[in-house]
Design a protein around this ligand. Structure first.
Ligand code: 0OW
Length: 327
């Protein structure tokens, strides 16, 4: 059916508005409209796109529901490898890391601390501002192409505000509340429950039916650029801020520390706050902030010399909602 200019404009308006509302709700955690308003506009867009499918764009908000069932996952080669992190488990080991860094640099650098999100590491590739590939980390060089599944994760932008080529990396995770609700539902259905949110996220992302992925309330925190492309950033802190400006979901608890002692107090602080977070973390990632200093330090075979992960002991597992002491 041919569409009038008025209908074409209305479809474009709804696609833009609902994308803006979705970004505010899922990325910035700051809703702009109430659910009823969003749902009414979403239904109107669904009806219009069903009547005029030639105007349903692949980055329309209605494209998030999944529906592709893949025969299997294609391999995804990482041109720039996804490194792992060295681990430290004590204050002494953390300070020894700082000593090695200072020995190489000849000065004490600023560090940026980030919560170590306990999810599945992913890589997102954009060409001319459009998401063209999403992949799991795999072994760091070869992962799985999970583009169709990642498109159903509401916090992942399908289109950037600038038509740039970019590859970003981060974690896809399942919030604790979604994990508990999912396990309760599976229990009621006599299905096997997931051991922890990380396994639940991995299982949800590695579904061949993207409709199942769409139902699992996954979210993301992005933390690094594989290639800096056109971005003019010189520190990790700036990179995080810029990723946020591009529309990616960034964990707000990043903090620049001016000494390893300050890093330690950040670690102690979050050791206590950990159980109150709405997502699981398994430690704190400590990175030299300046990219120039990172380049001087370089990488070992598998991990950067300019970063380490202080690991927390495993959190006592909360398996079902009944286990929580709500008092
Ligand atoms: N899990 C995380 O929250 C996290 C993070 N906040 N920052 C990084 O920085 C990368 C960059 C270079 C080497 C590690 N890595 C993280 O997780 C990685 C994914 C795979 C191994 C580590 O867990």
């Amino acid at each position: 059916m041919e569409a009038t200019q008025e209908i074409i404009d209305r479809i474009a308006y709804l696609q833009a508005e609902l994308t803006k509302y979705g970004m505010a709700y899922y990325v910035k955690d700051q809703p702009l409209v109430d659910d009823a308003t969003y749902d009414a506009l979403y239904r109107e867009l669904e009806e219009l796109e069903a009547s005029y499918p030639q105007y349903q764009t692949e980055d329309s908000p209605t494209a998030r529901v999944g529906g592709i069932i893949l025969p299997g996952f294609e391999k995804a080669i990482h041109e720039i490898p996804l490194y792992s992190l060295s681990d430290v488990f004590t204050k002494e080991e953390l300070f020894a890391f700082d000593q090695r860094v200072q020995k190489t640099l000849g000065y004490e650098p600023k560090y940026v601390c980030e919560l170590k999100i306990d999810g599945l590491s992913i890589s997102l590739t954009y060409e001319a501002g459009r998401l063209v590939r999403a992949a799991t980390r795999g072994d760091g060089t070869v992962g799985e192409n999970i583009t169709e599944n990642i498109k159903t994760v509401q916090s992942v932008p399908l289109r950037l505000p600038q038509e740039i080529d970019l590859e970003v990396r981060g974690e896809c995770y399942m919030p604790k509340a979604s994990f508990l609700a999912l396990n309760q539902k599976r229990e009621e259905e006599g299905l096997e429950t997931f051991a922890n949110p990380r396994n639940a996220a991995a299982g949800s992302l590695r579904q061949l039916d993207s409709k199942i992925t769409a139902s699992r309330n996954l979210s993301t925190f992005l933390y690094t650029l594989a290639d800096f492309g056109p971005l003019q950033v010189t520190t990790q802190e700036e990179a995080l801020v810029h990723l946020g400006e591009l529309g990616f979901r960034i964990n707000p608890e990043h903090h620049v520390c001016h000494s390893i002692e300050e890093v330690w107090s950040f670690i102690e602080d979050f050791h206590d706050k950990r159980s109150e977070l709405p997502y699981e973390i398994d430690g704190i990632v400590v990175k030299v902030n300046e990219f120039a200093a990172q380049n001087s330090l370089g990488f070992t075979v598998k991990a950067p010399r300019w970063a380490t992960a202080y690991k927390f002991p495993p959190e006592e597992a909360v398996t079902t909602i009944e286990d929580i002491d709500w008092t």
